[in-house]
Design a protein around this ligand. Sequence first.
Ligand code: NAD
Ligand code: DAU
Length: 333
Amino acid sequence: MKLLVTGGAGFIGSNFVRLILNKYPDYEVINLDALTYAGNLDNLKDVEKNENYRFVHGDIRDEDVVDKVMKGVDAVVNFAAESHVDRSIGGPADFIQTDVYGTFVLLEAARQHGVGRYLQISTDEVYGSIKEGSFVETDRLEPSSPYSASKAGGDMQVMAYHTTYGLPTIITRSSNNFGPYQYPEKIIPLFITNLVEGKKVPLYGDGLNVRDWVYVTDNCEGLDAVLHKGEVGEIYNIGGGNERSNIFITNKILEMLGKGEDMIEPVADRLGHDFRYSIDCSKANALGWTPAHNFEDAIKETVDWYLNNEWWWKKIKSGEFEAYYKSQYDKKA
Ligand code: NAD
Ligand code: DAU
């Protein structure tokens, strides 16, 4: 099987590429990634020499590059996206361009090349917030942020390509991932690394908002199950079943790092902040998938990983990393 993974240099994509190369030694993986601020080849250092793996530096919005890498591909897994809600509130344009237009470019190329399976990595945020109960895949989409609206726009196109052209598409909508190689702008790695650096942690609003946390390798196993066993034209929710408030997560990290509540900096709430996400994952469970990690062990593993891998995050937080990639772009321009 020849897989085209887009956005494979990001957090979930890199964990997925590693899982596939280790689990299926006869699969070929092409990783197409634009290396935005969030794309990082350090995430894949341990597999970069694998003879079944090839990295292509390119943008999913670039039809020529996408056409070239799509040749002979059996399946596409699209992780490439602008992924951070706060950045989308500050400037939505890149989100529309990559998450909506970029998805269209991939779908069109997949159609032209007769690709056998197209897996779109979406998010539980497309459903919006829910006070009680859990969303199922047929619920209507009510995205709140420019990020979730752009992801919903991507999903809509995927569904249209299936209905109109019969493209064999599948969509997954996962909950909040955590684990190794997550860019330290998202709450868990931001809070761990801030505390290691002696900085306070900025908690939005009253801290009572709830997210469902799934360990990243559990999500990747779920994606693998859907890719191989999912039904074409369907959507699958993938969640951890670990609903926790932000203040709970914050106190947990403080406790694990031996810090007190004085390190919490209450800050203004996020605009349009969704209160709670919750998804019903029975459909993915019916494929034989359930998360293997419990939350307590996984958060400990995660904290330990950031403590043991300062080489990875220190250069990101110091700005050295973005400066490096910017210089690469400048050289290309
Ligand atoms: P990330 O921000 O860590 O990585 C995104 C990757 O996409 C980066 O490597 C980046 O360089 C690449 N990219 C961005 N724009 C591109 C473009 N135009 N062309 C090619 N590559 C481009 O994101 P993540 O957290 O790993 O999320 C991956 C996917 O999963 C996204 O689609 C996101 O919406 C979805 N998702 C994330 C979560 C989560 O908790 N992180 C949960 C549910 C769904
Ligand atoms: O639900 C899936 C989504 O989870 C993915 O689609 C997104 O790509 C991913 O970024 C994530 O979105 P969230 O907005 O839920 O994640 P974030 O880590 O940004 O925030 C989690 C919660 O923590 C949210 O309620 C806001 C709060 N928060 C976040 C940050 C960065 C804070 O209180 N302080 C912070 O500094």
